[in-house]
Structure formats: structure tokens, C-alpha cells
Design a protein around this ligand. Structure first.
Ligand code: GLP
Length: 252
């Protein structure tokens, strides 16, 4: 493992950061599509990318991008959860992005939180295989948990981990619980792309806004690679950019 440099871009706030990042993401995607037929991109959920998705919809309406040749792979999903559950990441991505753009349904590859326990392994393997068969992810966009998780790769996750079912940490559950109305319904497990899957992407962008992310962003940038902060694994990749605002970047 080599500790390579993470590039950072700092914006005044999440609104301006999302707007500028959306434009550069569209440029990145169009560059990929100039060279090959499909662009494989993986995107996160959570509060962090909501303005990014609004901006992408605006850019689509202004005809700056078409999503027809984009293949989306989602990063993580609760388990168990129905894809129609309003708390599911499936529902989130449909509502916040896919229903508003020209992405063909067949191009959307979601981890299925509704799958029978016995079929999880084969589901995760075919998710990985599909990415590999199509030539690998071109672009990975990430958020970050306050404990340094990426996707649902919680502290302790290994650098060579693949897409799998994981336990959600108590720390993450306590944060997630603010978003669930019925606390008894919070799933304790999730399906997530693995660290290895994430690192196999050609380019990686990690978004973090606000003061609550400043400590973990500071630690991720300053610490050596450690399994206790999965986001530090990104230092093993050649092309990672952290997209920050002045609050989340205050400890770098
Ligand atoms: C969630 C998800 C991640 C997400 C992260 C940050 O629990 N597992 O994919 O990136 O935590 O979420 P937020 O953007 O709401 O802070």
C-alpha cells in the first residue's frame, strides 16, 4: 500500500460546490463518452449529493448531457429493505435523479435489499462481474460517514473487500436513526460495494460538506492508510479528488 496524495477542491459552501462539481462531472462523463460507447458511474445516496443531483437534472434539461449511454451502479443499500420503501436507496435514487433524466431503466444496476438471504452471494458476485465485464467503473462518486466509512465499508473493512453484506456499525446506526421515523424499522445490515470495487474505478471523487465532516476529513487526509478509517484506503489510488466546502475542509 502506498500513501498517495489526495487532491482537494474547496468551495465556499455546499451549494456552490455542488453546482461547480456537477458541471465538471458532466465534462468528465462527456469525455469518457467521446472515447467509448458507455460510461460506467457509481453514485452515492445520503444528504451530501442531493444538490448535486438537482444540478445534474438542470444540466440535463439544458441539454449539456444525455444519460442514455450511462450505466449506473449504486454504491450501497440497506438490508433487508423493499425497493419501494421510502427509506431505501433505490427509492431515493429514483426520486432524486433517475425519474428526471433520460436514463434507460436497463442501465440502472441496483443492489437489491429485498433479495433472499440465500441469494445474496450470487447477487453480489454478478454485480461485480457485470462491472468487470463492461470494462470497470470510469467514475466513482462517494460520500463519507463521520467514522470514515465509504459506501457501507465500515471501520475494519479490508482493502481487498468486494461487494457483500455487512453489519452497519452502531455509530452509523445512531446517525441513520435520525432519518427513520419508526426506529424499530432501521435495518441493521446493508449490501455495499467493496473497497476493492471502489478502488478499481478509474477516477474517484469524494464529496463532504459541513462542519460535522471536518474531523473525519482532517483525519483521512492526515493519517496513513488504516482499516480503522476506510476512506484512507483511497490513498492507494492514483486519481482521487475530495470536493469540500470551507467547513468540511477546516481541519486539513
Ligand atoms: C451513509 C451511506 C453512505 C453515505 C454516507 C454519508 O450511511 N452508507 O453511502 O455516503 O453514509 O451520508 P450523508 O451524506 O447523509 O452524510
Amino acid at each position: 500500500m502506498v500513501n498517495k496524495k489526495i487532491k482537494t477542491k474547496v468551495y465556499p459552501n455546499s451549494k456552490s460546490g455542488s453546482k461547480i462539481f456537477a458541471k465538471s462531472l458532466v465534462n468528465e462523463i462527456n469525455e469518457v463518452l467521446f472515447k467509448k460507447k458507455y460510461c460506467l458511474i457509481s453514485i452515492p445516496t445520503g444528504n451530501t449529493p442531493t444538490d448535486l443531483y438537482k444540478e445534474l437534472i438542470e444540466l440535463y434539461k439544458k441539454k449539456k448531457i444525455s444519460f442514455k449511454n450511462i450505466l449506473f451502479f449504486n454504491l450501497d443499500e440497506f438490508y433487508p429493505i423493499s425497493k419501494d420503501d421510502i427509506q431505501s436507496y433505490n427509492y431515493y435514487l429514483n426520486e432524486k435523479l433517475f425519474n428526471h433524466i433520460d436514463i434507460p431503466k436497463k442501465n440502472i444496476n441496483m443492489l437489491n435489499g429485498d433479495i433472499n438471504e440465500n441469494n445474496i452471494n450470487s447477487h453480489c458476485i454478478s454485480f461485480e462481474d457485470k462491472i468487470k465485464r463492461l470494462g470497470g467503473l470510469d467514475i466513482q462518486v462517494l460520500g463519507i460517514g463521520q467514522n470514515g466509512h465509504i459506501g457501507f465499508n465500515e471501520p475494519g473493512s479490508l482493502i481487498d473487500s468486494k461487494t457483500r453484506k455487512v453489519n452497519i456499525s452502531d455509530h452509523s446506526l445512531s446517525i441513520i436513526s435520525n432519518e427513520f421515523n419508526n426506529k424499530n424499522e432501521i435495518p441493521k445490515e446493508a449490501l455495499t460495494m467493496g473497497v476493492d470495487t471502489i478502488l478499481s474505478s478509474n477516477k474517484i471523487f469524494l464529496l463532504a460538506w459541513g462542519k460535522t465532516k471536518s474531523t473525519i476529513i482532517g483525519k483521512t487526509i492526515k493519517n496513513k492508510i488504516t482499516k480503522n478509517i476506510p476512506a484512507t484506503y483511497l490513498k492507494n489510488h492514483n486519481d482521487v479528488t475530495f470536493i469540500l466546502d470551507k467547513y468540511s475542509s477546516s481541519k486539513i
